[in-house]
Write a protein that binds this ligand. Structure first.
Ligand SMILES: NC(=O)c1ccc[n+]([C@@H]2O[C@H](COP(=O)([O-])OP(=O)(O)OC[C@H]3O[C@@H](n4cnc5c(N)ncnc54)[C@H](OP(=O)(O)O)[C@@H]3O)[C@@H](O)[C@H]2O)c1
Length: 327
């Protein structure tokens, strides 16, 4: 039970990363369309969230150009500097947004990404999603060029389906570069990747799955199940998401109660049990990047690294999650 989760290799060739990373969408400072999803955080809060993550054993961070048009990258770098983290001590993943852009932009904008993240290197550069103006071949050729020029270390993708993963992997292989990762939505309440071939291809080709929204944006923490639906004030985008209200909350209550009873046995939290299941269920293939807007959340999520669930508890959680998904 108290065996810590083993670190993982990102893709087939490294670096070594903790099974939980920190998602940094929440650091967008309210800028841009995507950035307005979360409330604006103070830089001092971001610094404290990063500190709590580092202290909890997290050694990598996921951000994107899209998150506040570079504000998330800049505030992450600032927080790491303030926490006296030397370049090379942590792994940094960021993403390029391909919509309505060609590969000329992929190549020319890398200096902006590097400047936003300075003094830290781009360890993993991901294509944020598959809907692109440029062909897959030209995007992967451009990514390979960035690797060969030393501007990025590894190549990843995000929201790619199984055949898109295979194609990206094949094109990169011609350049002698592995596809390191595919970042996709995956949680106890969203297990599509187990059925649509993405997880299977990842295991076959040794591609790391980076699970985003692993807590279903807070739903799998149990905090939205605590009050009655009527008295619970929903703020921000959750006001418009049906999963946080009424019948949907009731449909996930048994799962949350199962997580809570296991959490009690282990002396852990509901979130930690949900995250631990996610990164343990498929050996070393899946890592997760919960986001945090408060220091206690970062501490809680990092605490997932300190224990392992038994096979029978993994199976019990698995079965309860399937019941919800089959409803
Ligand atoms: N590649 C993509 O297309 C894509 C898409 C979405 C996300 N992502 C990445 O994945 C990361 C995580 O996804 P996400 O932010 O959508 O969802 P998430 O990690 O499932 O949920 C994050 C939110 O849940 C709440 N929370 C987190 N930990 C908690 C805890 N221990 N206790 C109580 N509440 C907690 C917080 O809500 P409050 O802030 O309201 O307190 C937090 O902002 C993002 O930061 C981003 O890096 C990638």
């Amino acid at each position: 039970m108290s065996t810590p989760l083993a670190p993982r290799t990102l893709g087939p060739t490294g670096p070594t990363i903790s099974a939980i990373g920190l998602g940094c969408w929440q650091f967008s400072l309210g800028k841009g369309m995507a950035g307005r999803f979360w409330p604006t955080l103070e830089l001092s809060t971001i610094q404290d969230i990063v500190q709590a993550s580092l202290e909890g054993g997290i050694n990598w961070f996921d951000t994107a150009e899209l998150y506040g048009r570079g504000e998330s990258e800049k505030s992450l770098a600032h927080a790491l500097v303030e926490n006296r983290v030397q370049p090379g001590q942590v792994t940094i993943a960021t993403k390029w947004w391909p919509m309505a852009r060609g590969t000329g932009h992929l190549l020319s904008s890398i200096n902006t990404r590097s400047n936003c993240l300075a003094p830290y290197d781009i360890d993993l550069y991901q294509i944020h999603q598959p809907y692109a103006l440029a062909s897959m071949r030209s995007q992967m050729d451009a990514m390979a060029q960035l690797v060969h020029e030393g501007k990025i270390k590894q190549v990843g993708v995000s929201n790619f389906n199984a055949s898109q993963m295979r194609l990206a992997h094949k094109i990169l292989a011609k350049h002698g570069i592995p596809l390191a990762s595919n970042q996709v939505k995956y949680s106890l309440l969203d297990r599509k990747i187990e059925r649509n071939g993405v997880l299977e291809v990842a295991k076959e080709l040794n591609i790391t799955i980076i699970a985003y929204s692993p807590l279903e944006q807070g739903l799998l923490t149990g905090r939205f199940h605590q009050d009655s639906t009527d008295s619970r004030p929903l703020t921000g985008p959750r006001k418009f998401q049906s999963k946080f209200r009424g019948a949907a909350i009731e449909s996930t209550r048994n799962l949350i109660e199962t997580l809570a009873s296991i959490a009690e046995q282990y002396g852990k939290t509901v979130s930690q049990i949900a995250l631990n299941w996610l990164v343990s269920r498929h050996g070393h293939t899946v890592v997760a990047i919960p986001g945090a807007s408060k220091v206690y959340q970062a501490r809680d999520n990092a605490g997932t690294l300190q224990f392992s669930l038994t096979e029978s508890d993994l199976a019990r959680i698995d079965a309860e999650s399937r019941k919800v998904l089959s409803m």
